[in-house]
Design a protein around this ligand. Sequence first.
Ligand code: UD1
Ligand code: CA
Length: 461
Amino acid sequence: MTEKNTNPLSVVILAAGQGTRMRSQLPKVLHEVAGKPLLAHVIGTATRLGAEAIHVVYGHGGAAVQTALAGLHVNWVEQSEQLGTGHAVAQAIPHIPGSHRVLILYGDVPLIGQETLERLVTSAGNSVVSLLTAEVDDPDGYGRILLNVDGNVSGIVEQKDASKQQLAIREINTGMLSAPAAKLDSWLKRLSNDNAQGEYYLTDVIAMAAAEGVAVHSVRADNEEEILGVNDRSQLAYLERCYQANVAHKLMSDGVTLRDPKRIDVRGDIQVGTDIVIDINVVFEGRVVLGSNVHIGANCVLRDVVVGEGTVILPNCVVENSEIGDDCQIGPFTRIRPDSILQAGVKLGNFVETKKTSIGRGSKINHLSYIGDATVGNGVNVGAGCITCNYDGANKYQTVIGDGAFIGSDCQLVAPVKIGERAYVGAGSTITKDAPPEQLSVSRSKQIVIKGWKPPKKAKN
Ligand code: UD1
Ligand code: CA
């Protein structure tokens, strides 16, 4: 978004607070919305703004935060004592060139939107201060925006320092602001902690800017939830619902039918075709791709999955890290474990589990089977209750089933083993040697009848 004639952007994210009200061992900013740490949401948004550098000011639980977010490209700045928001920003300033524009964000305000921030930063330009404010019914706890007689922002007064008259102001400070780095530096150096909380308030720079004749713009967020912070688990749950409501709305506008937009959770990225129908209580995690005309029944969990067009997933299935082709039918109650690759038209029924297995076109495994470390050809029929015995307690072995093979019910295929093309395996067989193509292989003891057998009788006492 960096526009011509604007200076590079440095983002500072404040994340040093303790988060006492979470009542948690976990640092507050590592609590999750949509399966992702609060701080990671903010870093992601800052990254999409095209910031040249992102500085995260950490304090409490700093090591844990850095470990959890090790993959993200940020500069960690320690604030060893939490002496106030102004002090926190001052820790990052030495890392920021004076020519940059600075944007201040908060690690516990996860839903701040890219568009809102673009407006904020654009409004600040290279030489002006821009403040994200909101008009609220209940301003309790927030800093209040003070205006001069011309209606321009002249300062911010914190709740604890405010007069009765000031407390009635309903335009509040969200805390997020953008300012030129060199000026911000000079103002921060002049902060004092002579106030009700004995803190160095970032908010005091606003009055300094106004006194120097630097214009202070106020900008409003696009949505109410963008400015909300997380202090306790109720607020965390509220923002989770806001996030999920937005995702549900987006899916519906992309042409997906949701039986109940309140009962779907997306914890990651989802890519969709059209005319998809999703029943209630479905959870998507990681990267999920759904082709057009996919139907997903109630209570399914899909993590890192690609689902081909026209495939139907019936209720209560769990699918992980796998690929399902077009026009498959899965479930109900199927568990597809990682590295399962299903070609078009495959049917997996109830209580079937697959793992590290590829299954060819049109093959069916309809009931109560475990197929792992296997290659199953096209048009194979696996009867009820079949098991690939892939593990000897130390190592895992492959089972290969050729095209058109028919495995009767209740067979154990003891790997490594091959079933030839169009081979039949008789029900109840334990197959330990390769079964040749187009032949019937059977391994079961002969049935006998015990003549004169009498059923047992209850003992008398
Ligand atoms: C701050 C603003 C207030 C605004 C409100 C919005 C100041 C002085 N006041 O008040 O005008 O309405 O946010 O929520 O800025 N932090 C640090 N280091 C510190 C202190 C705070 O990293 O030394 C971080 C905290 O982790 C938190 C954020 O800064 O995420 C806000 O700090 P907090 O003390 O909660 O400020 P508020 O009193 O809410
Ligand atoms: Ca706060």
